[in-house]
Ligand binder design. Structure first.
Ligand code: G3P
Length: 216
């Protein structure tokens, strides 16, 4: 499973990229707004840090405007993936942009039927949100499993990007379900490294080594 960082924060991206395990970045209008810079500027800076797919989302909600905004975003850098909300005009814009060779990520997917429509429109990526379904009291991971099954049944090439992953368990379950990509906030990625037995084991190794050989 590819790992993307779900942030527009440059410090988090630099840190994550330095570990050598970040394959791409997802942003959305809320994450861009948090950083306070216009999307073109922020996304260009992100492209300089991470060499991989970088999703930049349109804020237009009407077909023609979405296509125009998508074209503009795609010109920022060759790695830009145009992110579109999963509404009727968004799916229509996905079809139009993909037919021009502009790759799209269709976002805000909450049920498998929406993912079927998105694949039929030829999207490069579909983004189902796990955590926000959990928030409603349902099992978000079922959505990933259902989409994996449906895309497999018909050989759809659209990549499944598990979004709104907030815990280590979310990440493991998305990988087990067969998501192609998981996008993680920095905190979730950082947490994936941790296990108390790793720390305890390392402490003991170093102690034993120092006892036998000193601190050299
Ligand atoms: O970027 C979309 C998604 O990953 C947001 O996650 O935690 O705000 O539901 P969350």
């Amino acid at each position: 499973m590819k790992i993307f960082l779900d942030t527009a924060n440059l410090d988090e991206l630099r840190k994550g990229a330095s570990w050598g395990i970040v394959d791409g970045v997802t942003t959305n209008p809320s994450l861009i707004a948090k950083e306070g810079k216009p999307i073109e500027e922020q996304v260009r800076a992100i492209c300089d840090i991470v060499d991989g797919d970088i999703s930049a989302e349109v804020v237009a909600t009407e077909f023609k405007a979405m296509v125009e905004e998508g074209r503009k975003l795609s010109k920022i850098h060759k790695n830009i993936i145009v992110k579109l909300p999963l509404i009727r005009d968004g799916v229509q814009a996905c079809k139009a942009l993909e037919s021009e060779g502009i790759r799209t990520n269709v976002t805000l997917c909450f049920q498998a039927g929406q993912a079927l429509l998105t694949a039929k429109a030829g999207a490069y990526i579909i983004s189902p949100f796990v955590g926000r379904i959990d928030d409603m009291g349902y099992e978000g991971m079922t959505l990933i499993q259902d989409i994996v099954q449906i895309y497999k049944n018909y050989g759809f090439k659209t990549q499944i990007l598990a979004a709104s992953l907030r815990t280590t368990n979310h990440v493991i379950a998305a990988a087990k379900a067969g998501a192609h990509i998981g996008t993680l906030p920095f905190k979730t990625l950082d947490g994936l490294f941790n296990h108390p037995l790793t720390d305890k084991g390392l402490e003991q190794f170093l102690k034993d080594h120092a006892k036998a050989f000193g601190n050299k």
